[in-house]
Each structure stands twice: as structure tokens, then as C-alpha cells.
Design a protein around this ligand. Structure first.
Ligand code: PRP
Length: 183
């Protein structure tokens, strides 16, 4: 789905697919250098990270393995509570592995804080995070994200894996959802 297909639903286009690809190529080059000759395991957080995982992994020049976790945040509606339930755990053992968590977005950072604590207890050799988008104004902690695609405003954004009511994940770029869609 192209940004033009849902232009009436968006109040602003933030990034086109080609802008996202350009930034991903830069990040992939950094990851190539940082993990050269290391056994890299990408851990994608379902569902939102599917798009960035697919594009980032293919932009890498080094080998990597991929694994997935599905988690669900307890609490009301759209706000993250930081208490997370694991719906699908990893298939891989993390002991001694170089693990890079791949996220579509870090919003409050509460999900990531829980996830990192959980993954750290499995004793990986290293544990870092790549997030395609981050909302600095929404942050409720100061978790370090080593690779950030773009810092974005604290608005309701959709596309590139991010949904509203299950839709717009397959939108190729990122846009701000117009209030008439959700109000
Ligand atoms: C999104 C995103 C992160 C989390 C970030 O997932 O993929 O995992 O929210 O929010 P936080 O920083 O405020 O904790 P969501 O729970 O919407 O599930 P989804 O990936 O299936 O859309």
C-alpha cells in the first residue's frame, strides 16, 4: 500500500519508503562494521517489526540469523504499562550470542525495558537495540538504543509495520494519522 492510497487518512507524510530505505542502508553499514566476524542474531518483536526486520536484514552484507518474540502489553488500550506477557518465546538459546533486538518503534520505552531485562538474564555475549522510530518526547526511561532510524514527534503514526486497529501496517511509508480516522 502506497502513501497515496490512503492520503485522505493522513494529516502528514513523515517518510516515504525510499527515505526509509536510504536510512536503513546507513544503519546496515554501521551494523556490518560493528558485527564483522561476529555471530549476529537479530531478534524481531512481533508484529510491528516485521517490515524493518525484512528490510534491515536484507540490507546487511554480513550473515545473520533471525528469531522472533511475540509479546503483549498488559494495561489499558493504547498506553503501554511496561508489564509484558510473552506470547511466543524465541526458538534460540541466547547464551554467548551477539543479540540485536529489532523494533519498529520505541515509544515510552517500557516494553523495551522489560524485554531487555528478560533477554539479559539469558546471558548473551552482547545485547543492543535497533529501532526504526523513536519518540523522545514520550520516553519514560533512558534506555539506550544503539541504532535509531528516525526520532519522530509524539503523534499517532502509522505505516511501515505500525498499525491503527490492525490496519496500515502494510503502508510502505510512515505518516501521521488524521484525527478524523480515530475520533
Ligand atoms: C509497539 C512496538 C513496541 C511497543 C513500544 O508494539 O512494536 O513493541 O509498542 O511501545 P512502548 O515503548 O510505549 O512500550 P504494540 O504493543 O503496539 O504491538 P504490535 O507490534 O503488535 O503492533
Amino acid at each position: 500500500m502506497d502513501l497515496r492510497d490512503v492520503s485522505d487518512d493522513l494529516s502528514q507524510v513523515l517518510y516515504t519508503k525510499s527515505q526509509l530505505d536510504e536510512r536503513l542502508a546507513e544503519i546496515a553499514a554501521q551494523i556490518d562494521a560493528d558485527y564483522e566476524r561476529k555471530d549476529l542474531l537479530l531478534v524481531g518483536v512481533l508484529n510491528g517489526a516485521v517490515m524493518v526486520m525484512a528490510d534491515l536484514s536484507r540490507a546487511l552484507s554480513i550473515h545473520c540469523e533471525m528469531d522472533w518474540m511475540a509479546i503483549s502489553s498488559y494495561g489499558s488500550g493504547t498506553s503501554s504499562s511496561g508489564v509484558v506477557r510473552i506470547l511466543k518465546d524465541l526458538n534460540s538459546n541466547l547464551l554467548g550470542r551477539h543479540v540485536l533486538v529489532v523494533e519498529d518503534i520505541v515509544d515510552t520505552g517500557l516494553t523495551l525495558a522489560y524485554l531487555l531485562e528478560n533477554l539479559r538474564s539469558r546471558k548473551p555475549a552482547s545485547l543492543e537495540v535497533m529501532a526504526m522510530f523513536r519518540k523522545p518526547e514520550a520516553a519514560r526511561n533512558d534506555i539506550e538504543v544503539k541504532y535509531v532510524g528516525f526520532d519522530i514527534p509524539n503523534e499517532f503514526v502509522v505505516g511501515y509495520g505500525l498499525d491503527y486497529a490492525g490496519r496500515y501496517r502494510n503502508l510502505s511509508g510512515l505518516g501521521t494519522l488524521a484525527p478524523h480516522v480515530y475520533s
